[in-house]
Ligand binder design. Structure first.
Ligand SMILES: [Zn+2]
Length: 339
């Protein structure tokens, strides 16, 4: 966290937020090179975190540096915040807001390309644990296989996903195919091929539309699991346990006519000759902390990356420079230049 003090007055403040944490590179066998030994090939930087989002952090830092190097000060403070935990809860950005780091415009260079993000979904993480009865496989029917008891719960949660995609879709999301996604990201259970497993668990991520609250979606997940459990004699007696952890992040929608978003788009247009497209995101970002708990004029605009959260992640280096240039022009126009 660092704040450049104003060199004059009468300007509007800005804050850049970027996250330093990355997701696991596993399975590393799919990578063309060591994910943590970055290489540049044909104008693209390859490596875990290259796009999501070290390059964005570089762009935002150099934007402020460029203004100073050109011999100007700014008429309002500019804060650079580099945070942790974007990938698992958003608590790093939230801690910044709680500590008072906020501004009249907040820009996050997530690698979604040079677009103006106006909408993002809510996201919840949860874990479901199912009990079974251990047994030697010679008498497998005497046991209850906890792993297999997970199947009907997964099917029911995918039906909930279909229901969420079928009704009450906010206007901004009507043009997007399958905006709500359930991901079962972790499954664990059992310890021996010849033993009926006594316990199994899975962890899921489900998104939800802006306007739906965190406790509403939690209740829907609980009801869905309870209904599916009722239909199975074993699960009806041995209820699955649900825990919510990590993300509890409501979605939001903003107008791209907000002054900060308009100034960013005007800066983009001045450098590229065309307006930036509006981006309706089907994920969450650290914007939530600033929109729900801060002053509210916040968006993402960032480099062009490929394979983020996958093998062979890479970022286009020209796009990183382009983001830095747009941000520098934004600072000049939003904060105001002081000689
Ligand atoms: Zn990211």
């Amino acid at each position: 966290m660092a704040t450049e003090p104003p060199a004059g007055d009468g300007g509007r403040s800005a804050l850049f937020n970027g996250h330093l944490d990355v997701v696991s590179p596993a399975p590393e066998g799919l990578w063309q090179q060591d994910p943590f030994a970055p290489v540049i090939r044909d104008g693209w930087l390859h490596g875990r975190g290259a796009g999501d989002m070290k390059s964005g952090v570089a762009a935002m830092v150099y934007a402020l540096h460029a203004v100073k190097k050109a011999g100007f000060g700014l008429k309002a403070p500019v804060t650079i915040a580099a945070v942790i935990e974007e990938e698992c809860s958003g608590n790093g950005a939230l801690a910044c807001v709680v500590a008072g780091y906020d501004a009249e415009a907040v820009l996050i260079p997530e690698p979604f390309g040079p677009t103006i993000l106006t909408h993002q979904l809510g996201v919840v993480w949860f874990k479901v644990t199912v009990k079974g009865v251990p047994s030697h496989v010679l008498a497998a029917p005497a046991g209850t296989n906890a792993i297999e008891k997970i199947y009907p719960l997964l099917a029911a949660l995918h039906r909930l996903e279909s229901t969420l995609n079928a009704a009450d879709i906010p206007e901004a999301y009507t043009g997007i195919d399958h905006p709500i996604n359930l991901n079962v990201g972790i499954i664990k259970g059992g310890d021996w091929p010849s033993t009926v497993p006594a316990e199994a668990e899975f962890h899921g991520r489900l998104s939800y539309f802006p306007g739906v609250g965190y406790s509403d979606i939690c209740r829907q997940i609980e009801q869905t699991v309870a209904q599916a459990a009722k239909a199975d004699p074993w699960l009806a007696e041995n209820r699955p346990r649900i825990e919510f952890y990590g993300f509890r992040s409501d979605g939001h929608g903003l107008s791209n006519d907000l002054p900060a978003l308009r100034t960013l788009n005007d800066s983009h247009r001045a450098l590229t000759g065309q307006a930036a497209a509006e981006y309706i995101a089907t994920c969450t970002t650290d914007l939530r902390a600033f929109v729900h708990f801060g002053r509210g004029q916040a968006t993402c605009y960032g480099p062009v990356a490929e394979n983020i959260h996958a093998a062979n992640e890479r970022v286009n280096l020209d796009s990183v420079v382009q983001v830095a240039r747009t941000y520098a022009l934004f600072l000049a126009r939003w904060c105001g230049l002081a000689q």
